[in-house]
Write a protein that binds this ligand. Structure first.
Ligand code: PXG
Length: 444
């Protein structure tokens, strides 16, 4: 027996290497969630914590929804796992058909993975392979955007634009370029909804095309609204302009809707909200209400058919997939989640609450430290002035103090992001922003 086995202790926090977490800091003062229902988490010390971040932007229908729980329980007892390749199971076809009935335009085909990062990798690979099958094998470049977040795979961090997620990991994918971020504090601070300044930043794509030549570019990928970077809402007309430029040059447009998908903006997808149809759309998170990991990449008819027509009879059309693509538990969770979204009218609910949410968020204008407030749908970003020489410190203190006060929000740097489950009530919206206001006055 090794000494470490002999020393096993269930309360030892040391073994787990936590993701995107200051491990040593956390372990010196841990926070644990032990239960959840509806809008609230229960903490290890028995407190009710209002979920102001829908878990991590994913629990759109609220926690431990009875219908979703029952569906997953029934599925695990019926068919726990089915091999993903060359054999199917009914729930994955049912979920696929159900999903493409909700997607806009002819985004009629769906490929399953397990995380947003995998969805992004899948979409980027699809785009490059598509161009090759079209006889455009020189189109291999990918264009992302500064401050973009597309998960943590090498593809996603290459097209992404968050420096800490990139700088430790070497040269990344070759042949990637970036659009400028659409955010300008000077021109956009305290805008409600879509900023009117910044449409011209879409034209930077023309500059990138002129630099590299269209014949080298496979695809452009953007989040319709940047989430992780701190809720950056696109300027009016920006996404439409990107679509036009992509069309003009034969470039595929990919929307990463891992956050904006499934009702967050008060429409099914960002593509609906902004009325712009991408060629490929990545989703995850709200797809299963966060219950079981799953992601879905939607492809338009012309993309799917290019693959089907491009391979010989009997040949595999796309050499890509995951052991857990279309996992039965995830499909059961996805189907039940779609039931709940529809029966409870949650996307419409988000749309009807959005004006109230906007007013509540902007009521924090003038509170200490607040230098910008941004919002769209049921998302708000509240940007704080960083402490001199200590960027992120004030944001982190906000996060921990809010948690102690019974509110979970997400903080990136000095930006507080709120994105609650879509079942939130007006009094809980009040509670959320009143707590933020109170803690803002407490924080140095
Ligand atoms: N694309 C987008 C747009 C995302 O927001 C991913 C891809 C990756 O998904 P996975 O499932 O691989 O994590 C995301 C994930 C934050 C935060 O700070 C946001 C995400 C993940 C972790 C933290 O807001 N979004």
């Amino acid at each position: 027996m090794t000494s470490s086995a002999a020393e096993f202790s269930p309360n030892n926090l040391d073994a787990l290497w936590m993701p995107f977490t200051a491990n040593r800091q956390f372990k010196s003062n841990p926070r644990m969630l032990v239960g959840a229902k509806g809008m609230y988490y229960t903490s290890h010390d028995g407190r009710q914590i209002l979920d102001g971040s829908a878990g991590l932007w994913c629990v759109n229908a609220g926690h431990c929804n009875d219908h979703i729980v029952a569906a997953v329980q029934a599925q695990v007892a019926r068919l726990d796992y089915s091999t993903a390749f060359q054999i199917g199971h009914p729930a994955e076809f049912e979920l696929a058909a159900r999903l493409v009935a909700t997607t806009p335009g002819d985004l009629d085909h769906v490929f399953f993975g397990n995380s947003g990062s995998e969805a992004v990798d899948t979409a980027l690979k699809m785009a490059i392979a598509y161009q090759r099958l079209k006889g455009e094998g020189s189109r291999v470049r990918l264009i992302g955007r500064e401050k973009g977040y597309h998960g943590v795979g090498f593809g996603g961090i290459s097209v992404g634009g968050m420096v800490n997620n990139r700088k430790f990991f070497g040269p990344l994918l070759a042949g990637v370029d970036h659009l400028p971020s659409t955010y300008s504090h000077e021109h956009q601070a305290f805008t409600r909804g879509e900023p009117t300044w910044g449409l011209h930043l879409a034209d930077e794509l023309e500059r990138i095309v002129a630099l590299h030549d269209a014949s080298t570019i496979a695809a452009v990928i953007v989040e319709p609204v940047s989430g992780s970077a701190g809720v950056l809402v696109p300027p009016k007309g920006y996404l439409k302009r990107l679509r036009e430029i992509c069309d003009k040059h034969g470039i595929l447009l990919i929307f990463d809707e891992v956050i904006t998908g499934f009702g967050r903006l008060g429409a099914a997808f960002g593509a609906d909200y902004f009325d712009v149809l991408p060629d490929i759309m990545t989703t995850a998170k709200g797809l299963t209400n966060g219950t079981v990991p799953m992601s879905a990449v939607f492809a338009r008819k012309h993309v799917y058919e290019t693959f089907m027509d491009g391979a010989a009879e009997g040949a595999i059309e796309l050499f890509h997939g995951y052991t857990y693509s279309g996992h039965p538990l995830a499909c059961a969770a996805g189907l039940a989640t779609m039931d709940v979204y529809k029966e409870e009218g949650l996307f419409e609910r988000a749309a009807s609450l959005a004006p109230y949410w906007e007013d509540a968020a902007h009521s924090l204008k003038g509170a200490p430290h607040v230098i910008d407030i941004r919002n769209i749908g049921l998302v708000a970003g509240i940007e704080l002035e960083p402490r001199p020489g200590a960027p992120g410190a004030r944001g982190y203190e906000m996060f921990t103090k809010c948690y102690e006060a019974g509110l979970l929000v997400r903080v990136t740097g000095d930006i507080v992001a709120a994105s609650p489950p879509l079942i939130i009530e007006k009094r809980e919206i009040d509670q959320l922003f009143e707590t933020l206001g109170r803690i803002l006055r407490e924080v140095d």
